[in-house]
Design a protein around this ligand. Structure first.
Ligand SMILES: [Zn+2]
Length: 166
């Protein structure tokens, strides 16, 4: 059911085109209008909308790759909160890079995942690394991307649990 809704949302830009705010939101799901009116996927489209991803992982990954998760640095900018420290380590300002890749908790998670997958992951910006990563086996690439997307979701979920528990 969720997957069919996402597919529907992805198809909306084809019908809308236009420059309304609504169509812009849908276009940001991963399809942009190129010269000549052709619809072309953005580079991260196959990573975020990988067919093996759970829809909830895709949504959080979609927000993360655009740096649109409501991390504390963004909430500070909107004056919604006054304390910007990461709830996981209580040591640094929480922004996308810190939360997803630099926090002690995240670093530990990525190491465990890299060992489990038997693959070398970069220290930071793993989502963009997925776009550039060349792999001979399409199935292996899809499985690795699925695991990475699940990890992004789990880190975000752990952060939210930490935040509520504090
Ligand atoms: Zn931290």
């Amino acid at each position: 059911m969720y997957r069919s809704r996402i597919i529907l949302l992805r198809l909306v830009p084809v019908g809308l085109g236009g420059k309304s705010a609504k169509s812009k939101i849908f276009l940001n799901l991963g399809i942009v209008m190129a010269n000549g009116g052709n619809l072309v996927p953005v580079p991260w489209y196959p990573v975020i909308w990988n067919r093996l991803n759970l829809p909830k992982h895709s949504i959080i990954g979609w927000l993360a790759i655009q740096c649109r998760l409501l991390t504390k640095d963004r909430l500070l900018r909107f004056n919604i909160i006054s304390d910007g420290y990461c709830d996981m380590c209580l040591d640094h300002l929480e922004d996308h890079t810190h939360l997803l890749y630099r926090c002690r908790f995240s670093v530990c998670c990525w190491r465990l995942l890299a060992d489990w997958l038997d693959i070398n992951l970069p220290d930071t910006d793993i989502l963009n690394w997925c776009i550039r990563w060349r792999c001979r086996s399409l199935m292996k690439k899809q499985i690795v991307i699925t695991a990475i997307m699940a990890m992004i979701y789990q880190i975000w979920n752990a952060r939210n649990i930490c935040r509520v528990d504090n």
